[in-house]
Design a protein around this ligand. Structure first.
Ligand code: TYD
Length: 427
């Protein structure tokens, strides 16, 4: 049974691992002011308490110098540091579970409200929270942790504060709220000694037991990337994987043909220009053979473990290249691939669209074309035509133009995928 009607989380070190951005900000402030930069262990004490305290106590600054250091820090942090951050694995599923159980969710942090909101939005966490509390820049002196906790809570609910520093637990005690120490964050075990009644979470997983919430099996998700040669799939698949990992997803990035030792050998045979006499049916069977190995050895085990799988190309490539390009026909190539795929189809497929000629030009700018890339314009036009048909008839596809810069395309891909994941009910 769920023990609380409301749960308030600290941000840094509890929901997100924000250390890299905060430490870089502190370093930048100290260097700009010509101050010695303390060793990492000392610098890590910046994680959690208000900045002014850290600059005065840890670095022996006057109040005036500390205020200047704080300004320099904020300049860096607001532009760069805030996004050098990652949601702890498991946090997203926990928040989704708590919401589903009807628990009020709040954030209470000493980080000013503006960057707090920016981070919660950027890492797609904001949608889980009912109230977010952080100091407003005009508040001087800033609110205590206890005041922030109260701001994040409607009155009268049975509540608990989860935080990684003694200040979080102290704040909770001041306002009569239970507390849990997130020991996986930036605190030191000894700082929690005075809080004997607090729960101790060594990992995000421990929070389930402490909150009385039953852990649900993680929801797997399978995403594939498709596109004509040179559309930038591999780069975009990698950038999406990186972004989703930062958002707390457990992502496995893989590719076809390949993704296994056997598959990589088959890939070499397929792409080798010495194999110009390869029969079209042989080619289709080899792609399917590499896929059978990939599905059984990599994709299915990862999905069974609740992971998110991103594959750079999958069965749609066979339908378009061998079905359309080689002229074997889509139904026949589907049939050939049925035993390889065994019903394991992506939840969504990102199709990167680029005029086919442009793609090959981009792809072979810096190297020799492989056997498929060298198959000629008519072949690639047929592949593009088959992809157009496939994407038009199945709502699984998200079509994104990759004519812009890498970064622009990555933003488009991420926004569309995020939308779809939410629609699929994934946390
Ligand atoms: P890939 O390395 O992804 O090439 P690129 O990055 O240029 O898209 O894929 C190698 C080639 O294999 C590519 O030309 C597409 C082709 N291919 C097929 O013809 N059928 C398939 O089933 C797959 C997975 C790829």
């Amino acid at each position: 049974m769920i023990k609380y009607q409301a749960v308030v989380f600290d941000l840094d070190g509890t929901l997100t691992d924000s250390a890299p951005g905060i430490l870089a900000g502190a370093r930048s402030a100290l260097e700009t002011m010509g101050r010695p930069v303390p060793e990492e262990a000392v610098l890590r004490r910046f994680l959690g308490p208000p900045l002014m305290d850290s600059f005065t106590r840890l670095c022996g600054m006057s109040h005036e110098d500390a205020a200047r250091a704080q300004d320099i820090y904020r300049e860096y942090y607001n532009h760069t540091g805030a996004l050098q951050n990652a949601v702890y694995p498991g946090v997203r599923a926990l928040l989704a579970g708590l919401r589903q159980a009807g628990v009020h969710l709040g954030v209470a942090t000493h980080k000013p409200l503006a960057p707090t909101m920016k981070i919660l939005k950027a890492f797609d966490l904001l949608r889980y929270f009912d109230l977010v509390a952080g100091p407003e820049l005009w508040e001087n002196p800033g609110p205590t942790k206890g005041e922030l906790i109260l701001r994040a809570l409607p009155q009268g609910l049975r509540a608990v504060m989860i935080g990684d520093r003694a200040t979080d637990l102290e704040g909770a005690r001041q306002v009569g709220v239970d507390s849990i120490a997130a020991l996986y964050g930036y605190g030191h075990p000894e700082e929690f000694a005075p809080f004997r009644s607090a729960g101790l979470a060594h990992s995000v997983r421990d929070l389930y037991g402490l909150l009385g919430l039953s852990e649900q099996a993680p929801r797997p998700c399978f995403i594939s990337f498709e596109g004509n040669d040179g559309a930038g799939k591999s780069t975009q698949a990698r950038l999406l994987a990186q972004r989703l990992r930062q958002n707390g997803h457990d992502v496995l990035l893989t590719r076809e043909p390949g993704g296994t030792a056997v598959g990589e050998k088959i890939r070499d045979i397929l792409l080798d220009r010495a194999n110009n006499d390869m029969d079209d049916l042989t080619e289709a069977l080899l792609y399917a053979a590499a896929r059978a190995q990939h599905v059984r050895q990599v994709i299915l085990p990862a999905l069974k473990a609740g992971r998110m799988v991103i594959s750079d190309r999958y069965v749609d490539s066979s339908l378009a290249y061998q079905g359309g390009g080689r002229g074997l026909g889509i139904p026949r190539v589907r049939q050939i691939n049925a035993p390889a795929v065994e019903g394991c189809m992506p939840d969504l497929t990102v199709f990167l669209s680029l005029p086919p000629g442009e793609g090959i030009r981009r792809a072979v700018r810096s190297r020799e074309a492989d056997r498929l890339e060298a198959a000629g314009d008519a072949f690639h036009d047929r592949v593009a035509g088959a992809f157009r048909d496939l994407t038009a008839e199945d709502s699984r596809f998200i079509v994104v133009s990759s004519e812009g810069s890498k970064q622009e395309t990555a933003e488009l891909v991420f926004a569309r995928v995020q939308e779809r994941l939410t629609a699929l009910g994934l946390p």
